[in-house]
Ligand binder design. Sequence first.
Ligand code: FE
Length: 251
Amino acid sequence: MGATKLYEADGHSFILLEGYGHGEMVPTNQVVIHDHNEAILLDPGGHKVHYEVLNEVSALVPVNDLKYLFFSHQDPDIVAAANAWLMLTEAEAYISELWIRFIPHFGVDELLIPRLNPIPDKGMRLPLGNTELLFLPAHFLHSAGNFQVYDPLSRTLFSGDLGASIGPPYVEVTDFDQHVQYMEGFHHRYMPSAKANRLWADMVRGLDIERIVPQHGAYFPDAETSRQFIDWVAALPGAVELMESVYRVPE
Ligand code: FE
């Protein structure tokens, strides 16, 4: 666990909080993007990591600067602590319009619900400080209402569950082929559609990408490993096809 500044220049920084979670919990990565006096926290994580992440974030940016929270999708390792984050900050939260009415089941206070803002299916741009971020549509990768964040200044793509790796003994991917073993099982089960994989690859090939940071495991630290990852996703089979044989009534 720890915070690493992956980019810092001219009042803009992209900070990775890596490997939060212990015991049986899948470790999560959180990201803070800070531009002048405004910051956004991406995929803040669940209850068990909330205080650690909050402490780390407050050490990095004044809490009053935390203007936005971004939830890539509705999973508990992302949104479970939504109420606490909304209580302790003034931040506006963004999540797919599909999940706005589901998140309150995690126990979001009625008074805080107006601060849950829907992201439309086609994505959007969010002004942050002197710059703006892109919320890119990444539906079915893996959630039905799913977004990723591209930061044009650091040229970094935050890819949520896409690119997740489980258990690599390092934080930066240096040898892509060696790294595939830590991603394969997860992607063959959680990424349902080969077509969505390919559409995503075609979309992000239009962006200038220097690194890709997923929500779990190691990140792709340069343009070359990022390109290898995008090519790998473009050819990735869909979980639905891989799992056809399980659609049988259990004996
Ligand atoms: Fe997920």
